[in-house]
Ligand binder design. Structure first.
Ligand SMILES: NC(=O)c1ccc[n+]([C@@H]2O[C@H](COP(=O)([O-])OP(=O)(O)OC[C@H]3O[C@@H](n4cnc5c(N)ncnc54)[C@H](OP(=O)(O)O)[C@@H]3O)[C@@H](O)[C@H]2O)c1
Length: 325
């Protein structure tokens, strides 16, 4: 199949691109900055310069494309708002896909999006799901709830670095999944007709609270975490303050999302039906224990090597200079 992947430079999108190329698909990636995307070209993808917020770039990018996998979302650091990218941009992409006769459209939403109408990104995801379902496209909606990759900077690195780990509110249990596993569902859905016009939860093997993740990291790293608690009230105050300024609108919307994680309502779902329909084996799914084991194993080995080299250099310095006379 000839695929267009949108958001292929992102955390999930790059795994989707990798998996699709490995499965033998011909992959085109819509990228804003081709220089940042050279790794995709090296993997064998074709790069097409475009932007969800420049609708004129979309129809040309879709030429000859059989299926779209959309893994894009507004960057927290971007000047473009969630509304511009995740709503206006996605509406333009879906309309362009209809106009060019795309056969399949795979969209990444978020689990339980409909339950949080006051959280901008959740509301937009829910509206996009509805817009896509009514577009006439042959769609599949995949609903993950959290990526294991995000836990490295949130927990593992601060613990290794003796920095504080921030915990807010009730610490909702979240069924995080490895993006490599999520990518497999997206690519597999292209060949399983039972996934057409359907929505599926795509979540990890079990839900973890912040304290459980901290305990796991402490056990695997042999280090004690410094925990800093951020009260929910303070988070809400910062959010209401940031909302006043245009330039912090994205930050404000992200803080609204942080409230979902602090709500205490588990983000988890039963995956039996999803595995059955996709024909994938749950035993192959990465657990959070094995994900962190692999990460800490690699880091600890690197640290040992660095320490060994340091000790060697110290010993060399201390060795008295031997005179030849
Ligand atoms: N992160 C999570 O835990 C999580 C949980 C549930 C669902 N999801 C969903 O999963 C999907 C992937 O998320 P992610 O965390 O992997 O995203 P990410 O790492 O933030 O990457 C975002 C991607 O979107 C692209 N993008 C942003 N604005 C764009 C624009 N105007 N035009 C074209 N491309 C644009 C970015 O390109 P540049 O490199 O040019 O910036 C990047 O490739 C999203 O739909 C997200 O809502 C994420």
């Amino acid at each position: 199949m000839k695929l267009l992947i949108v958001g292929a430079t992102g955390t999930l999108g790059r795994q989707v691109a990798r998996c699709a190329i490995d499965e033998g698909h011909s992959v085109r990636c819509l990228v804003r900055n081709p220089r940042k995307a050279t790794f995709l070209k090296e993997w064998g993808a074709e790069l097409y310069k475009g932007d969800l917020c420049q609708p004129e770039s979309l129809s040309a990018a879709l030429e000859g494309v059989t299926a779209v996998i959309d893994a894009a979302t507004a960057r927290a650091t971007d000047s473009l708002s969630i509304r511009k990218v995740d709503w206006d941009g996605k509406v333009a992409l879906i309309q362009a896909a209809v106009a060019t006769g795309v056969e399949r459209f795979i969209f990444f939403s978020i689990l339980d999006a409909e339950k949080y109408p006051n959280v901008p990104l959740m509301d937009i995801k829910h509206c996009t799901e509805k817009f896509l379902a009514e577009s006439g496209l042959n769609y599949t909606i995949l609903r993950p709830c959290g990526f294991m990759q995000g836990l490295i900077s949130q927990y593992a690195i601060p613990i290794l670095d003796n920095q504080s780990v921030w915990v807010t509110g009730e610490t909702t249990p979240v069924a995080y999944m490895d993006t490599q596993d999520i990518a497999k569902f997206a690519v597999k859905s292209l060949e399983v007709s039972e996934t057409e016009k359907q929505t599926f939860p795509i979540v990890g093997t079990r839900a973890w609270t912040a304290y459980e993740i901290i305990n796991l990291c402490e056990r695997l790293s042999g280090k004690e975490a410094k925990i800093a608690r951020l009260p929910l009230g303070l988070l809400r105050f910062v959010r209401s303050f940031t909302r006043f300024f245009e330039w912090t609108r994205n930050a404000s919307d992200r803080l609204a999302f942080a409230e979902v994680i602090a709500s205490g309502k588990p983000l988890d779902a039963n995956m039996d039906e999803t595995y059955k329909v996709f024909g994938l084996d749950p035993q192959q799914t990465t657990t959070l224990e094995s994900y962190f084991q692999e990460y800490f194993g690699r880091i600890m080995k690197k640290l040992k090597e660095i320490n060994y080299e340091k000790e060697k250099a110290k010993k060399k310095k201390k060795t008295p200079f031997k005179s030849s006379s």
